[in-house]
Design a protein around this ligand. Structure first.
Ligand code: TYD
Length: 341
């Protein structure tokens, strides 16, 4: 029996990973440590909540005594760290929490993992640490030139993970993924925000000219890559995980509206995000050599995602209240009032 400590397992990607592991490995146990901040949501894991191989623990990765106790009590063999503040726009409003979780929290986990002697530490990262990519693609040796407080925090966490390998021999692996889409993504992010707004005939706030490029990865494909790197990645190495679907935001917005049968008039060009990264593009040859390929093309992934949001209003309607609406007003009200056309 192997036990994984999955941190941030109540979030979007983490919850898919918990389900993936429990489904694929009958001999594994999963302890999910999640602080249940605004985007952590136990509704994401209702289907596994009663599984005897699954335990939920409410707590913060920056709580060293708690983390040490969990590693000991459950004899954890591997740590998979999803716990992070992840939204660029929120990091522009207030960067402090990003440093606390993405840098300091990662350090606390690393230190506890080192003392406990875990067999693997997988740090789940982002392509945003490479900064924006005007031409070509970034591979794992490309310089880290993060441009937002969010990506700077994630880069800091990654560097600490690599330092724990170099300094103490901690058996770490790091992944850096492109933009994910899929069920259960918090509706502050581009696709779920646009889908849920479109269902309600609310405006879709497209930043700037809408010609920025993101490479889209279906969350299920991402979890398969994480599983592979956890088990077969080489210690001390970084692996890029890209969907191979580079799309301009405008095209994605059009596709959402077409699929839902809504008018293009819902798109509103609004003031751009400061320092908006124009394009991300990953070279994933290293992961391909391990044998991974995404199984969903963009059209299929988007259709599955759209259908899920249409069929699961119970999940997102209760999120789009309270704290969410306060954030939404702060982020979008002035932008939408100053509509450019
Ligand atoms: P987002 O989901 O925030 O991810 P990223 O971390 O890549 O910025 O945004 C994806 C893209 O969509 C990005 O180019 C910014 C753009 N975007 C909008 O145009 N309007 C929005 O309201 C949001 C949230 C994002």
């Amino acid at each position: 029996m192997k036990t994984l400590l999955v941190t941030g397992g109540a979030g979007f990607i983490g919850s898919h990973f918990v389900r993936h592991i429990l489904g694929k490995y009958p001999e594994y146990r999963v302890v999910n440590l999640d602080a249940l901040k605004y985007a952590g949501n136990l509704d994401n894991l209702l289907d596994v909540a009663d599984d005897p191989r699954y335990r939920f623990v409410h707590g913060d990765i920056a709580d060293a005594p708690l983390v040490e106790q969990l590693l000991r009590e459950y004899q954890v063999s591997a740590v998979v760290n999803f716990a992070a503040e992840t939204h660029v726009d929120r990091s522009l409003l207030d960067a402090g929490g990003f440093i606390l979780t993405d840098v300091h929290g990662t350090y606390v986990l690393l230190e506890a993992a080192r003392r406990a002697g875990v067999e693997r530490f997988l740090q789940v990262g982002t392509d945003e640490v490479y900064g924006h990519v005007e031409v070509g693609s970034t591979d794992e040796l490309s310089p880290l030139t993060p441009r937002s407080p969010y990506s700077a925090s994630k880069a800091g966490g990654d560097l600490m993970v690599l330092a724990y390998h170099t300094s103490y021999g901690l058996p770490v692996v790091i992944t850096r993924a492109s933009n994910n889409l899929g069920p259960n993504q918090y509706p502050e992010k581009f696709i779920p925000l646009f889908v849920t707004n479109a269902i309600d005939d609310e405006p879709l706030p497209l930043y700037g000219d809408g010609m920025q490029v993101r490479d889209w990865l279906y969350v299920v494909d991402h979890c398969e890559a994480l599983d592979l790197v956890l088990h077969q990645g080489q210690v001390g190495e970084v692996y890029n995980v890209g969907g191979g679907n580079e799309k301009v935001n405008m095209e994605v917005a059009h596709r959402v509206l077409d699929t839902l049968g809504k008018s293009k008039e819902l798109i509103k060009h609004v003031a751009d995000r400061p320092g908006h990264d124009r394009r991300y593009s990953l070279d994933c040859a290293k992961l391909h050599a391990l044998g991974w390929r995404p199984r969903h093309d963009f059209e299929t992934a988007l259709d599955l995602t759209l259908r899920w949001y249409v069929e699961n209003e119970w999940w997102w309607r209760k999120i789009k209240t309270g704290e969410y609406m306060e954030y939404y007003r702060q982020q979008y009200q002035a932008r939408l009032e100053g509509v450019r056309g």
